[in-house]
Each structure stands twice: as C-alpha cells, then as structure tokens.
Design a protein around this ligand. Structure first.
Ligand SMILES: Nc1ncnc2c1ncn2[C@@H]1O[C@H](COP(=O)(O)OP(=O)(O)OP(=O)(O)O)[C@@H](O)[C@H]1O
Ligand SMILES: [Mg+2]
Length: 298
C-alpha cells in the first residue's frame, strides 16, 4: 500500500524506519516533494547520502525505485524511449503481401513497438514510483532541456505517436555533485536540498546504524577524528560513506580504541589522495599519539 505522509515529522519517522537518518530540512523538503508533486534537486559533496535519500524514500513510500544513472553523452534513446527497430522490421516482414504501407506504418509506430527507458517507465507506470535521476550534472544542457518538459508537465512528446501523459506522478529526486552549474530553468522547477557533512551527533547516529556492533567509545572517537580530518584543507575530505567504511574496518580488526598506530594502519580507508595522506598523518596522527598514550608518536 502506497504511503501518503501527513507531515514532515511523518516523513522523518518513515525515513528513519527505512534506515535513513534525515536532517530537519531533508525531512521537510521530502515531505513537500511528496505532497506538492515537485521534483527535488539534491546537491552536496560526494558520499553524504544524496542517492540513498531517494532509495530510502522509495522504501518508506512503498514505491518502486526507477533509477536513471546519468553520464556524459546520455541521450533520449537511453533515457526516454527508443523504437524497437528489430520488432518493427519483423512486423513488416511478416506482413502479408498486398497490405498497404499505411496500415503497417500505423501499426509499427504504436506503443507496443516502443522500448521504454527509465523516464518513460516512471511516468507510464500504473503504480506511482520514485524516480531517481542520479548525477544530473554529468549530462549536458541539451539533456537538461529535454528533462524540463517532463518535470514541469509530466508528459512526453513522441513525434510519431503524439503526447503521452503521465499515468501516475512520480516523486522525483535529482542529485548533483556540483561538477557544473545547472541551468536556472531546471532549478526553478525543483525544490532544493543541500546536503552537507552532518553534525557530529548526527554522524555518530548514522555510523551506529550501519555498524551497530562497534563500541560507543570507538564510534565517538571515530566521528571526532573524521571531523578533525575534515577541518584540514584536503583535496577530498572523508564523507559519511567513508566513516561507515572505517567503522566496519575497525570492527573487523577488533580495534577497541583509535590510537596513533590504529589510525596509521587504517587511515587509507578515509583518506584517498597521496598528498592528503601526508597532511593527515602529520596533523592528526601526531595529535592522536599525544592524546591517547600521553607520549609523542614514534
Ligand atoms: N542520513 C543517512 N542515514 C543513513 N545512512 C546514510 C545517511 N547519509 C549517508 N548514508 C550512507 O552513506 C553512504 C553514502 O551515501 P550515498 O551513496 O547516498 O552518497 P551520495 O551523496 O549519493 O554520494 P555520491 O555523490 O558519491 O554519489 C551510503 O551507504 C548511505 O547509506
Ligand atoms: Mg550518489
């Protein structure tokens, strides 16, 4: 049974039950998106839960997730629909001789000769879905323009068939890593959600959710250290995804504390650039040595 949220609090509780801990604005914007029928554009650094939000919304709203992964050069044929040329050809070949071209043409340009791609699947679905358009910033502006018709009117124009209106309205989540500025026209049609690295207690809760067996002390220390690392001027600061990976790695290694040695051995789970590793080893590793053992690191 599809779920209809009655308030932002409802959405917050629902997302939590679906394994996603939302911040206040995440719950509010998701609630508005689900009730106003507006798409949400989620932006923010890598690994802060943009994609997962769409997945969690689908679980909470009890809707199917239809995902369009964007990449450079993505076109309508892969995103929207394509004519099934092979089937059309077969249809023409099996046609009895003597049938007029008009009859065949009418037939081969009908819906049964279409190959649905994710955007079309999403609006043609008899049950409402959650449509995730992931990493929209990887496509070009022409693709964005094509999306506009879909996002504002929930319809698709097919030259040979005419207009196809949405059977059901999807909840649409677009994500972007900000690798290029999106057009104003697109932004105007969307609600906007900026996801950033979470506050320490929020991150602690997320880490505990994903690695429940990790001890409270190690989890708290992990979040503290990750925040210290983020405060440095790094090429790529660690994301929530990396905090979770680190928690799992520490658990696997049976670490009962994060001292200088443990940190040195495992820091490549959260820091992944050569230059960043040096900076972090110097600035955070040394600090841990002092703090934990009361003596300078070797
Ligand atoms: N609020 C949250 N509650 C629970 N888990 C979260 C939350 N935020 C992030 N995560 C977890 O962090 C990991 C990374 O999330 P996700 O893949 O959604 O990041 P992203 O922002 O889409 O990253 P990218 O830009 O690299 O695609 C996932 O395992 C996800 O479950
Ligand atoms: Mg993602």
């Amino acid at each position: 049974m599809a779920v209809t949220p009655a308030s932002a609090q409802d959405v917050a509780d629902g997302l939590r039950a679906a394994g996603y801990l939302p911040g206040t604005s995440t719950a509010l914007v998701s609630y508005l998106a689900a009730t106003l029928g507006k798409p949400v554009l989620v932006e923010g650094p890598a690994g802060v839960g943009k994609t997962e939000l769409a997945k969690a919304l689908a679980r909470y709203l009890d809707r199917r997730l239809v995902r369009l992964q964007c990449y450079e050069g993505l076109d309508e044929a892969k995103a929207l629909y394509e004519w099934n040329y092979r089937k059309q050809l077969l249809r023409i070949q099996t046609e009895e001789r003597g049938t007029g071209w008009d009859d065949v043409q009418e037939d081969i340009f009908s819906e049964s000769f279409l190959l649905e791609r994710p955007l079309m699947t999403a609006i043609a679905s008899p049950e409402p879905v959650v449509l995730l358009i992931d990493e929209i910033d990887k496509t070009d502006q022409e693709f964005e323009a094509m999306l506009l018709e879909l996002l504002s009117d929930f319809q698709i124009s097919i030259p040979e068939l005419g207009r196809i209106d949405a059977r059901t309205q999807p909840v649409v989540v677009l994500t972007s890593n900000n690798s290029r500025e999106l057009t104003e026209a697109l932004k105007r049609r969307c609600l906007y959600l900026w996801l950033d690295y979470p506050a320490a207690e929020q991150e602690l809760a997320i880490v505990k959710l994903h690695a429940p067996e990790l001890s409270e002390t190690v989890a708290a220390k992990l979040v503290e250290v990750v925040n210290q690392v983020r405060a440095l001027d790094l090429k790529k600061p660690p994301s929530i995804a990396e905090s979770i990976d680190w928690a799992r790695a520490l658990l696997l290694l049976g670490a009962d504390d994060i001292d200088a040695d443990t940190f040195r051995e495992t820091m490549s789970v959260i820091v992944k650039h050569r230059t960043d590793l040096d900076t972090v080893a110097e600035r955070v590793g040394v600090k841990l040595g002092h703090g934990v053992a009361g003596q300078p690191a070797a």
